[in-house]
Design a binder for this molecule. Structure first.
Ligand code: ASP
Ligand code: MG
Length: 431
């Protein structure tokens, strides 16, 4: 008997009708003889609505209570989904994250899973039930407080459960037909990608492709959980993410051909970053270390770094880096606090930037990939502000208002455009 974990995102369970549709889909798998564990997100934009509510009550809600509040969204969807399944004549039991054994550390709002002990889920399966688990939540091992895994964290719940239960596949249901070569909302000629390695998917997710939670991909790679990202609105094959061949039970129609590696798999973009420049840093050893120590102590993840000798003062340098916009205020404050001891001149903050990344494992063995990108951007009259690369990724920062044009230009330059507009966005508000 095979075991499948299915995760349904908020746009797949946005209202009562969608919940019933998803229930039918789950039951199809049960009827086909699979054991099924389902992970659900909150209905539609309910999590955002709860955050709005909290902010109307308090400008700075206590983290413990905010997590308690947000976990309510998934409790609603898991219970109504279980009801919809019962209505179809199948038995389903819903479990909160804590009941399902999602044990986390104690950091509210971005808890990490430290252990998964899904005894009750296993029991439910043994009794022939469908188990439904609330996504994105857990319980702290040390404090017994309820925690959340961070926005979009239901993917991680699903992958962690799949790993712990040794599932054959973890299906991630969303409102598009899989992972596309670019966001179909920007590039209508984007194509669905058949198969990605974990490494490629990691780079795409880290570069702003919102289709999968970054931590979920890290988890999948670590425990070798095959992912199938697909739409809950169609029965089309989606995108497989794995380093091994696809299990035949779940993809009977799989072509044998797809082993030849594309040079570029896709173009990702990110509008959530800002650039902070520390102007006039004394050009002596230890200054960069001081700056980034302060940033790290405040748990701010930075991305690209560029250092330039100041044109005005040769004894000084300017250090720029990108960081999530949401950390902009903190970074500015903590650096200003140490301005005197580090001895820099001032800070310059810019949140009107966009980041474009091209990702592809074939990049390793193909020269000229960078030149193609820079050519395409120059022909589109788009100025490059910062550059960073990994073995299989090139990222550039542009002005925010030019980002869409940059994504389109890169997509075309690498020959990724399809002749038909096959990319359909079925649902979601894009919120
Ligand atoms: N409902 C949560 C959110 O909107 C978790 C998730 O959707 O994965 O972030
Ligand atoms: Mg959501």
């Amino acid at each position: 008997m095979s075991l499948v974990v299915q995760k349904f995102g908020g746009s797949s369970v946005a209202d009562a009708e969608s919940v019933k549709r998803v229930a039918r889909r789950i039951v199809e798998y049960r009827k086909a003889g699979h054991d099924v564990v389902v992970v659900v997100s909150a209905m539609g934009d309910f999590t955002d609505d709860l955050i709005d509510l909290a902010n109307q009550i308090s400008p700075l809600p206590p983290a413990r209570e905010l997590d308690m509040l947000l976990t309510a969204g998934e409790r609603i969807s898991m219970a109504v989904l279980a009801m919809a399944i019962a209505n179809l004549g199948f038995e389903a039991q819903s479990f909160t994250g804590s009941q399902a054994g999602m044990i986390t550390d104690e950091s509210f709002g971005r808890a990490r899973i430290v252990n998964v002990t899904p005894m009750r889920v296993k029991e439910a399966l043994e009794n022939g039930n469908i188990a439904i688990v609330a996504g994105f939540q857990g319980v702290s091992h040390a404090t017994k407080n309820i925690t959340t895994l961070g926005r979009g964290g239901s993917d991680t719940t699903a992958v962690a459960l799949a790993a712990s239960l040794d599932a054959d596949v973890c299906e991630i249901y969303t409102d598009v037909d899989g992972v596309f070569t670019a966001d179909p909302r920007i590039v209508p000629t984007a194509r669905r990608i058949n198969h990605l390695s974990y490494e490629e998917m990691l780079e795409m997710a880290a570069s702003g492709a919102k289709i999968l939670h970054l931590r979920a991909v890290e988890y999948a790679r670590q425990y070798d959980v095959p992912l199938h990202v697909r739409s809950s609105f169609s029965h089309n094959r989606g995108t497989w993410v794995s380093d091994s061949p696809i299990p035949p039970t779940f993809a009977p129609e799989e072509e044998e051909t797809s082993m030849e590696q594309a040079v570029i798999s896709g173009v990702a973009h990110d509008r959530q970053e800002a650039k902070l420049t520390v102007v006039g840093v004394p050009d002596i050893p230890g200054k960069a270390a001081e700056i980034f120590r302060v940033i790290a102590e405040n748990e701010i993840n930075i991305d690209m770094i560029v250092q330039n000798i100041s044109t005005r003062d040769p004894g000084r340098t300017d250090i720029s880096f990108t960081l999530p916009m949401t950390d902009g205020a903190t970074a500015t404050r903590v650096l200003n606090d140490v301005q005197e001891s580090i001895g820099f001149d001032h800070l310059r903050y810019d949140d009107q930037i966009g980041k474009l990344s091209v990702v592809g494992a074939g990049m390793r063995s193909h020269p000229g990939v960078t030149a193609t990108l820079f050519n395409a951007l120059s022909e589109a009259h788009i100025n490059i502000d910062m550059i960073s690369t990994s073995e299989i990724r090139i990222s550039v920062v542009t002005r925010a208002d030019l980002l869409d044009a940059a994504v389109k230009a890169a997509h075309t330059a690498y020959g990724l455009d399809s002749d038909s507009n096959e990319a359909i966005v079925y649902g979601g508000t894009g919120r």
